[in-house]
Design a protein around this ligand. Structure first.
Ligand code: ADP
Length: 547
């Protein structure tokens, strides 16, 4: 027997319709490439995304076409999110921090039909224009009077001209909710980048999941500032979740330094933010230098790589900001787990609570996870047994774009398919995941795991350490041993012996790194994560004193 409820496909256009119709006056504030602040509203974004959709249709864009963006977090990028997906085309967000050769490779692999970009990226377009034959128009996201007259490369169209020439009368088309909505290539530690192709259904369900209190907990009362870029996993889905919740959205554009962010947090009364750990370093330093405090900022989600416990404590204790540690990946839209206390944890002493909050957390409804041994057998959830982490759910990828890399899924004995994350960790009896390592980025000493993340976290808690990475270095006896690579804080000194002694009593003795290297900087990938693969290459021949 069928239920007798209306059937409405879960389409991204329904999010902007909801926000425009029911929270139309709520503000969207953007810092533009030009440096000024721009103010609009959900109602205006709804109208302009319809104009843009009509413009795209007039240009000849058809459902399934890939429409690329190389852009910061801003209102025009937001309009593209809704206009492109709304007409059944695929929004392909590209990471501008990649090398132009890699960008050209991605544009060609995706066969992008149009490319929209911010003024910052005119040089990228000049560099790749001639190499991207599928791109029929290059649209500069600016006003007519700011169009460059002497730009090298392909002929450019003007974004505001397209909007001005189009009507805002449009009924969004209704189609299958499993239609592709957006595309994002993962940075790819090995081989070429691979595309993750999200659907309308996966994106809307993820937005519901993300809004829940134990996930991002976003409501109409919030002012949300995504530091995480809109070119990286759809800014963790925040442009969709914010529309669903009808909250104020503050988009920081290209200015991610401590001062610019702090000004925006204060002036726009930001209550919630999201970003990878490294982005908070600059902000915290700036605020400490000036003795500043936050007046409205209360909660932030930190993920993308392990959040050092020292950062959780600093934000909590010194700045009154609740840190929700989260784990996920591009292939998961990205949310998998978020770390909030359960009811039974509320009476625990603060120190024990903090130890729970340092974990990557509990799955949110929609995601299921397992940890397995090398033969694929389930490991106990005892907070100790460490294994490979597998996930499944309606916003988890089943295959890369164009079947790149073959079928990634593994099938369990009940015939159920799981996505292997490449992450390694344990799960405790309460269902809290702790990532201890990555299967492609692990240290195995004498057949035993050493948690590089634990070692980094301890080093990061040292008052003289600005940044720390721990990598595996070949060792004749133990196969691999940990090497600690450290960037010291300016004006601070610390010796190798001091740092190694700092581990005493905090970990098993044999986990202590065998050596320390001091560097001026640690290479970061395009998404702000430490490039462990690069470090491993650099220090492959490093001679450990114990070798
Ligand atoms: P995102 O940066 O959005 O998480 P990516 O696809 O770039 O997505 O990277 C996903 C990988 O980043 C994960 O597989 C995991 O290795 C690592 N990662 C993400 N969040 C965490 C976290 N909280 N702790 C440890 N590692 C994490």
């Amino acid at each position: 027997m069928q239920g007798l409820m209306m059937s409405a496909p879960l389409l991204i256009s329904s999010l902007i319709e909801h926000a425009g119709r029911h929270n139309g006056a709520t503000e969207i504030v953007s810092r533009r490439v030009e440096g000024d602040l721009h103010r609009t509203s959900w109602g205006e974004v709804q109208r302009r995304s319809k104009r843009l959709a009509n413009a795209l249709i007039a240009m000849g864009v058809v459902p399934g076409d890939r429409i690329a963006t190389i852009a910061w977090n801003g209102y025009r990028h937001l309009e593209l999110y809704y206009a492109v997906s709304g007409i059944g085309a695929v929004l392909h967000t590209i990471n501008p921090r990649l090398h132009p050769d890699q960008i050209a490779w991605i544009v060609n692999h995706a066969e992008d039909a149009r490319l929209f970009f911010d003024a910052t990226f005119v040089p990228i377009v000049a560099a790749i224009g001639a190499r991207c034959p599928t791109v029929a128009s290059w649209v500069l996201m600016t006003d007519a009077d700011r169009m460059p007259t002497d730009a090298q490369g392909p002929e450019l169209a003007c974004y505001e001209d397209l909007i001005d020439a189009s009507s805002d009368r449009l009924a969004w088309p209704v189609f299958d909710e499993n239609t592709a909505s957006s595309l994002c290539y993962t940075s790819g530690t090995t081989g070429n980048p691979k595309g993750v192709l999200y659907s309308h259904r996966s994106s809307v369900l993820h937005a519901f999941g993300a809004a829940m209190p134990d996930a991002m907990g976003i409501s109409a009362g919030d002012s949300v500032l995504p530091v995480v870029p809109m070119f990286h996993v759809n800014a963790w889905g925040l442009p969709y979740t914010a529309a669903l919740a009808g909250c104020k959205l503050v988009l920081p554009g290209p200015a991610l330094d401590g001062k610019s962010l702090y000004d925006l947090f204060e002036n726009e009364k930001v209550t919630f933010s999201a970003g990878v750990p490294t982005v908070w370093l600059g902000l915290i330093n700036y605020m400490k230098q000036h003795g500043f405090a936050f007046s409205t900022f209360k909660r932030t989600i930190i993920g993308g790589s392990a959040c050092p416990p020292a950062m959780i404590r600093t934000l909590n204790d010194d700045f009154g900001v609740e840190v929700v540690h989260a784990w996920g990946m591009s292939e998961m839209s990205p949310l998998g787990t978020t770390c909030k206390l359960a009811n039974r944890h509320l009476t625990l002493p603060r120190d024990q609570q903090l130890r729970i909050l340092e974990k990557q957390g509990h799955v949110i409804y929609g995601v299921d996870m397992r940890i397995v041994d090398p033969d694929g057998h389930d490991l106990p959830w005892d907070g100790e047994a460490v294994g490979d982490l597998l996930v499944r759910g309606p916003w988890v990828m089943r295959e890369y774009f164009k079947a790149e890399g073959g079928d990634p899924l593994v099938v369990d004995e009940d015939g159920v398919s799981w996505f292997p994350t490449g992450d390694v960790g344990h799960i405790d009896a309460d269902g809290y995941l702790q990532i201890t390592d990555r299967s492609k980025d692990v240290i195995k000493s004498g057949g035993e795991w050493i948690g590089s993340i634990d070692l980094e976290n301890i080093a990061m808690a040292h008052p003289s350490v600005l940044m720390a990475a721990v990598i595996a270095v070949p060792h004749p006896k133990w196969d691999e041993r940990p090497l600690l690579i450290v960037v010291r804080k300016p004006d601070r000194d610390v010796s190798r012996a001091d740092l190694l002694a700092y581990y005493d009593g905090k970990i098993a003795k044999w986990w202590t790194p065998d050596d320390v290297v001091f560097v001026d900087s640690i290479p970061l990938g395009a998404t702000g994560k430490m490039l462990k693969t690069r470090l491993r290459d650099t220090y492959r021949d490093h001679r450990l004193p114990t070798a």
